[in-house]
Design a binder for this molecule. Sequence first.
Ligand SMILES: [Zn+2]
Ligand SMILES: [Zn+2]
Length: 288
Amino acid sequence: MTRKTGFADPHFHPNPLRGDDLDTFIRRYREAGGWFAGIVSLPPWNYGLEPSWDNYLKVMDLMEKICESFRSFGIKAFCFSGFHPAEVDKLIDTYGYKPIEVVELGFKVIDEVSKRCVEGKLQGLGEVGRQHYKTFADRAVISELILEHALTKVKDHKCPVQMHLENTKSTVQLVNIIIKHIRLSPSEKELIIFHHAKPGMIPEIKEGGYSATIPGTKKQVLEYLYQSYSPVYMLESDYVGGSKNPSNTAPWEMFSMINAILQDEEYLYKIMYENVQRAFHVDTLEQP
Ligand SMILES: [Zn+2]
Ligand SMILES: [Zn+2]
């Protein structure tokens, strides 16, 4: 079934401005069996842009174009744009933003992405979340405010949200509290995606009715997941185009590793197809 249905990478960052030839990239993605692509924006400076409002809009435009290119190859593509917690720190440290200016910019970005999500130009919000490293208290608060603002959009517009969180024992419980306040329905909760989740969090994420993507680029991790967990998660490459990181695995490399390790067809089908449909409401979220 699945080897027929195809493979999905719900979280990666191709960067046509820093070395990724989009046509070649998409061809390889499709040839490796990719049926669905979750493409997530990077901060403006990753594309050589200063972090101005206009440039945030340019990044969103770029995401729309990347998604259109994927679709022209027959791939179901969902594009996400957001305000990564690391942006909070960099805007203050490198670009001299005041904390309140970061909050205002973050909210404005989330509102614009949501608007484009309603219009069908973008398909969701992300990354938003909380720093997964040590930072200052006020910056953690800023990230939390932006995250909560983004999560209200799930209620208002049914836009999926990809979160990068701190991955501690209380992470899911802390999200549960926000979700309770927003009063999400079970079907809306499916659209909340814990990106870069640790395997140990899978049962709690499942219990909460949310979705999870686990980094799937290491052989040992894939073997461990396959042996130890039921297929209630998705696998992501989190590929970053233009990054100098040697562990930066391309989606097609991940697909071939998954193909070799996840032998059970039923198990693979759930991870590569059913869970992707559930997390992104692929058939109900209309694309232009
Ligand atoms: Zn991330
Ligand atoms: Zn990412």
